[in-house]
Design a protein around this ligand. Structure first.
Ligand SMILES: O=C(O)CCC(=O)C(=O)O
Length: 272
């Protein structure tokens, strides 16, 4: 792994604060991203199911290399530049579309669902494959993090990768920005930034792992939950520690993955 620190410049922080996103940044080399993809596909083979629709909410519990990636200095330094030194990872989700896959992600703001005491949270979306306009990369609406939460409806559909089908009712797509990434690169977006992605029209999979970070001061407004400290110290103890995977598909962690994903699909992460 590339181990050096990668604090953002003042200009990059200003861009994130003004527009609610920043892209592209580099976490690992294309070869390392290829290796992550292969390791993920080995896990999918063991599970007998795709990451999409299962490695959700706390995907990082599936393997130690995922918890290592969540703590990667290049990603953590970038997030620290906007959120400060003491960081928790509240969760992570694979967004994995197959080649020529009609599945999409509807326009939504994570803030409408995450149940946090303040909207101080940042997603780092790490590309394991090329994520392009053709393959259905993440699209953001610049500046949408600055206003009120937008009105969402739950429009559950078999092709929507969001199990609750959360969809912003009125969106002006004309100003949307496509965050194209090459394998090993990542983007950042704010918890209130409206975002979506379209179907994959390419001949390869489009796989990204989204990590959700927040400062340790932020609490859950949906009862006690768990998180993983990725940097600094936690003087607040608002969150219980996540179990740490000792191997691929560690049974203790798989039980937790099943529990949180089950809660989500049953509606535990409802509109705030
Ligand atoms: O990867 C995608 O298509 C959507 C990503 C997303 O919704 C997120 O990172 O919160």
């Amino acid at each position: 792994m590339l181990m050096e620190d990668a604090a953002l410049t003042a200009g990059q922080v200003a861009h994130f604060n003004d527009h609610g996103y920043l892209t592209p940044l580099t976490a690992v080399s294309p070869a390392q991203a290829r290796e992550f993809r292969e390791r993920l596909e080995m896990i999918e083979a063991k599970l007998g199911r795709e990451a999409e629709g299962y490695l959700k909410i706390k995907a990082h519990l599936a393997s130690p290399w995922m918890t290592d990636l969540a703590r990667h200095p290049r990603i953590v330094s970038a997030v620290q530049s906007v959120l400060g030194p003491d960081l928790l990872l509240t969760g992570s989700s694979f967004f994995a579309k197959n080649a020529r896959d009609p599945r999409f992600v509807s326009w939504h703001q994570d803030a409408a669902y995450f149940g946090l005491s303040e909207n101080a949270q940042v997603t780092a979306w790490v590309a394991f494959t090329p994520s392009t306009v053709q393959s259905g990369c993440v699209r953001v609406l610049p500046g949408s993090h600055l206003g009120e939460n937008m009105r969402h409806e739950e429009r559950i559909s078999k092709d929507n990768l969001l199990a609750r089908g959360q969809t912003i009712v009125d969106i002006d797509e004309s100003r949307a920005v496509s965050m194209e990434l090459q394998p090993g690169q990542f983007s950042l977006h704010h918890v209130k930034t409206a975002h979506c992605s379209h179907a994959n029209q390419s001949d390869d999979r489009r796989i990204g792992l989204a990590f959700f970070y927040m400062p340790t001061r932020v609490a859950s407004i949906r009862g006690r939950r768990s998180a993983m400290l990725v940097s600094g110290v936690d003087e607040y103890n608002h969150w219980d520690p996540d179990p740490m995977p000792r191997c691929d598909l560690d049974p203790v962690c798989v039980a937790e993955l099943d529990r949180v994903w089950g809660n989500y699909t049953k509606g535990a992460y409802r509109l705030t």
